[in-house]
Design a protein around this ligand. Structure first.
Ligand code: SF4
Ligand SMILES: [Zn+2]
Length: 331
């Protein structure tokens, strides 16, 4: 789970960390307006994942604070059909972050707005249980839960990410969710630390296939370097390079060609910067735009007209990186 602040705001407990408008898919063919709300809560109790710095936005908030944050966000809703995405920098169902009453009141306020067609929240699997999910489903027909499973490989999830749950935990949570009539969005992490670029590509492609029977949407989160994280320490020492945008393109092409009925998304946050996914610098804006276009159109042909001479360098770096004992050859 996670996200980067797009608009940092002062630490006012009655305003969310950030709210922004965008576009999203309701299903494979229907685009709607969307609003993303990052609620300020006490944040994730786990706080141990190697790439995650989201909990820096956290504060202790009351029921009234959270309802005020919701009110603030709802004033920004467009007067159209829309998808509402709720993030808390943690788990929507963790009662330390959001009490059952607050959760219920948030969902009932949102669903009483007839423009709201779908609500998406995020949670670690341990908080997903049938009572909670069917209670949420009673508010709205399209209810989706984003789970940061990151990879289907338990070794990588444990050793490179330190996620603290297994693939089996994800599968059980996904089955509960499905049985309650809600859907799962699986977040995969492309290139956690300690993996070669080619291992990372392979892992995300395999993971997408492995999660596809449980998730209606797969969101490929591209690892970036956030302050005060393990990834930051490793990057500082010159031992980590965020993925090439070429890797993202290859992963998306491969996954989408195999999984035609699954929504595949990727938002290249921080693209073109040293601490985000990047290529040579010249082609980064164009490829990043194509990835965003793909996420809305689900059409892999957006990548057909993309060329840059750095693709050859990328191919060579990927071939040779094993010889440098895992150190990145091109930064
Ligand atoms: S589970 Fe991990 S990635 Fe998600 S918010 Fe907690 S520490 Fe961050
Ligand atoms: Zn290039």
């Amino acid at each position: 789970m996670g996200h980067i602040n797009q608009k940092k705001q002062k630490r006012n407990l009655t305003e969310p960390v950030s709210v922004w408008a965008g576009k999203d898919l309701l299903d494979l063919n229907r685009q709607l307006d969307s609003v993303t709300i990052i609620f300020r809560t006490i944040g994730c109790y786990w706080k141990k994942c190697s790439m995650c710095g989201y909990y820096s936005d956290c504060a202790t908030t009351t029921h009234d604070d959270l309802m005020a944050q919701l009110k603030y966000a709802m004033q920004k809703f467009p007067d159209n059909d829309l998808i509402v995405k709720i993030f808390t920098s943690g788990s929507f169902f963790d009662e330390r972050e959001i009490s059952p009453k607050t959760r219920n009141d948030i969902l009932s306020k949102l669903s009483s707005n007839s423009n709201v067609k779908k609500i998406i929240v995020e949670s670690r699997p341990e908080f997903i249980n049938p009572n909670v999910i069917s209670g949420c489903r009673d508010h709205i027909r399209n209810f989706e839960i984003g789970v940061g499973v990151e990879t289907s490989n338990d070794f990588i999830r444990e050793r490179c990410i330190n996620k603290g749950f297994t693939f089996e935990d994800f599968v059980q949570a996904a089955e509960i969710t499905k049985n309650c009539g809600a859907s799962i969005k699986a977040y995969l992490l492309l290139k956690p630390p300690y993996l070669l670029e080619k291992e990372a590509i392979r892992d995300t492609i395999k993971s997408a296939k492995d999660v596809s029977s449980y998730a209606s949407t797969i969101s490929i989160n591209i690892c970036n370097v956030q302050n005060s994280t393990k990834v930051y320490e490793i990057w500082k020492k010159g031992c980590y390079r965020p993925p090439w945008l070429w890797s993202v393109v290859k992963v998306i092409q491969n996954v989408k060609n195999e999984l035609k009925d699954t929504i595949v998304l990727s938002d290249p946050v921080g693209a073109g910067f040293k601490r985000g996914p990047h290529n040579c610098g010249k082609c980064d804006p164009e490829i990043s735009k194509a990835i965003q276009n793909f996420s809305l159109s689900q059409d892999v042909s957006v990548f057909d007209c993309i060329f840059c001479e750095c693709e050859e360098l990328f191919e060579r770096a990927v071939q040779l990186e094993g010889l440098s004992f895992g150190s990145p050859l091109v930064f």
